[in-house]
Ligand binder design. Sequence first.
Ligand SMILES: [Cu+2]
Length: 192
Amino acid sequence: MMQHIRAAAAVACMAVAMAVPARAQGTGAPASVRQVNQYFSYDSVAHSARLTIVASLDSSNQALNFNGSSGGDLAVEVPTGWTLQVRMVNNGPLRHSALVIAADGELPIAPRDPVFAGSGISPIERGLAPKAHGTMQFVAKRTGSYGIVCGVPAHAQLGMWLFLVVRDDAPVPSYRFLSTRKVLGSMDGARP
Ligand SMILES: [Cu+2]
């Protein structure tokens, strides 16, 4: 009898496990989701990553920063083919936006052509108003070095950008600081 109940319970458990994706305890997120830090997480089964960018997080670089970083001293890396969802919150007094451009040389004064379909937070040139939120979602289709840059004229040149690295051989996404690097107006030099 006891064995019978145990077997029935095991079957019931399996049914629940199959019906509901495994959940990380307490967070409500699937077990395949890893929260790297307060700004970055990824799902290794869905092949997607989520990045939160707080524009003007603090006063560093005259508040022209993303999550406190500027001049390419922060690099977010995702494997080729993954989807990246970016949510921007404007915490500063000026308007800001974000778009992905190829990292080749000097930053344009007014970057306005996102390199991947969907890789811009509108309005790119005018920017989000203070306290406003915006999102973009795109597939990082092509391997290479890119910048996630502010599209409001002059902001990227003044350092409001971070590196986005798309790599074939990246095992998992990462969010890392390039402490030796800080070049405000150019993407040349020590690339991640
Ligand atoms: Cu800006």
